[in-house]
Design a protein around this ligand. Sequence first.
Ligand SMILES: [Zn+2]
Length: 260
Amino acid sequence: MNVCALCLKHVREVGALKLSHIYPRFMLLLSKQEGKSVLYNYQGKDVQLGQYDWKEYLLCGQCEHHIKHHEDFLKEVLYSRRSTTQERVSDSEYEVHASSNAVALAVLTILWRGCITNLPEFKDLRVVTANGRELLRTWIYNNSLPSDWKYYVAMKISEATVAGDRVEFIFQPHFHRISDVTACVVLTVGGYIFEITMPVPLGYDHVGTASLIPNSRSFSITKVELSTIPSFKAAIDHAMSLDVSEELQDRIDKLPRRRK
Ligand SMILES: [Zn+2]
């Protein structure tokens, strides 16, 4: 590839592409308490252990730096031990004080890289349409989400934990495709479950207490057992069984194509 995946500039202009992590390095490191990455399919079968990070030549130096800014922010918010960032609400629930838009954008940089990589482990993510990938790219490139981003993406973050002394982290994105314009992901990485629906059908209110609400200064995360992942998917499946309206398609067709 001779073009940066984010700024779309040729390597003649921006220099050689960097070997980019598909998932942020801090998540991989946090997930390697036993020196292994765990691949896990949706049904909980065929668990595979790997020793590697997933990397590909994707971004120019400047865009790599741009992405790292989001990663650093996400690390500070989700993994911070400072009490000023996270407040325990109940045994399993934490209130996180941070911009929901910034968190959403940071998580979407991970989803986007999973969508555009050619690595075989991420092939399920390629059902995100070209339109959806371009939507993500323009948001990340412009470093901003539209104020109504929940019409395109619904996102929920939960922390995954496993009982006992063995900690497993799962990297495999679980994808469920509803139509050409709608798909959902349960992206599990680094001890967190990122439940992403994009675009979410209009009229479906996905913003519960544990969801990211656009333009909010805080959000909550819930610790869950990995065994509850099927129920996550069941909830998403139900949501996605709703029809995708013409109005939503119209919105998608009119997506802005802004540049810096
Ligand atoms: Zn670039």
